[in-house]
Design a protein around this ligand. Structure first.
Ligand code: MN
Ligand code: MN
Length: 298
């Protein structure tokens, strides 16, 4: 299969799984049940998760995934962001949706989707990313809400989710670049209410990990664990849930904490809204063409 076909396939699975997640009633379910269920759907459709499904609630904007047997239960009053990544042979599609069972949040959810749609409508080869940031910010503020200014979209490469280029969610002066034809980008506006700070900060919880270095540790068990992580995940993020089939949970956690100290493993903290206001998100992965753009997660 060529690269483009892999992206199209990853995008189709990601889109179907996102819609599956969107249309289910998650109220009363635990976050571990939701994550396992969604990840199983990815496998069933012939894909692999490109990162642990993110299930970030309320003022947590991003980077929460369930721990093994996570007891946190979704309430009717919650706002749940479900961020799904699928890869085929390392080619990644990244897409997200926000759900809530309280009608008062629907407007906020719609605004994030509108900002995303507006951004995609101007995205093509040679679009300046500062123009994308500007249209996202304009759409969000027009409705009296605030974009999260320190979260952004990103370029994607094989086995790399954040491949170095950022797509801002606000208009920024200074450095910009143009989208390139047949490159792959995720666009992902995050929106909070006008009394929010519009900035996220790192929280204490870190449930998502990634291999940072394969440098040997001189400890045979740790080195075996490092090789296991590399063979299974390469450079893609992973969760403790994905390891406890092969390693006992306590041992795996100890290995991970040790490898974090040695800088072999990176842990991603949750990102929390500065004024603890509700955050919503919408995300698609696109491949710009000369006169339009292909949204692979449509
Ligand atoms: Mn995402
Ligand atoms: Mn993304």
């Amino acid at each position: 299969m060529d690269i483009f076909e892999n992206y199209v396939k990853a995008g189709k699975i990601a889109s179907e799984v996102r819609e599956y997640a969107r249309t289910q009633d998650h109220a009363g379910r635990t976050l571990s049940d939701i994550c396992n269920d969604i990840e199983q759907e990815i496998f069933k459709k012939g894909g692999e998760p490109a990162f642990p499904v993110n299930v970030s609630l309320n003022d947590i904007a991003a980077h929460y995934t369930a721990v093994p047997n996570d007891p946190i239960t979704v309430k009717n009053s919650d706002v749940l962001k479900i961020d799904v990544g699928v890869h085929i042979d390392g080619y990644i599609a990244d897409t997200a949706v926000t759900v809530s069972y309280d009608a008062k949040y629907q407007n906020l959810i719609d605004i994030a989707q509108k900002a995303l749609d507006e951004a995609i409508s101007i995205a093509r080869s040679n679009t300046r990313v500062s123009d994308i940031g500007r249209i996202i910010e304009k759409t969000i503020t027009k409705y009296g809400c605030k974009p999260i200014q320190n979260l952004s979209g990103h370029s994607l490469e094989r086995y790399t989710i954040h491949a170095g280029k950022s797509i801002p969610n606000i208009w920024t002066i200074g450095h910009s670049f143009n989208l390139s034809v047949n490159n792959v980008y995720a666009i992902e506006p995050f929106v909070t209410t006008k009394d929010g700070q519009g900035i996220v900060y790192e929280g204490r919880v870190r449930n998502i990990y990634g291999l940072a270095s394969r440098k040997r540790t001189k400890d045979q068990k740790l080195d075996e664990f490092l090789e296991y992580l590399w063979n299974k995940f390469k450079t893609l993020p992973f969760a403790l849930r994905w390891i406890v089939k092969e390693y006992e949970e306590k041992e795996a956690l100890l290995f991970l904490e040790t490898l974090i100290k040695k800088k072999n493993v990176h842990a991603y903290p949750i990102l929390v809204e500065g004024a603890n206001r509700i955050v919503v998100q919408a995300e698609h992965t696109i491949i710009p063409q000369e006169s339009n753009t292909i949204t692979i997660t449509k």
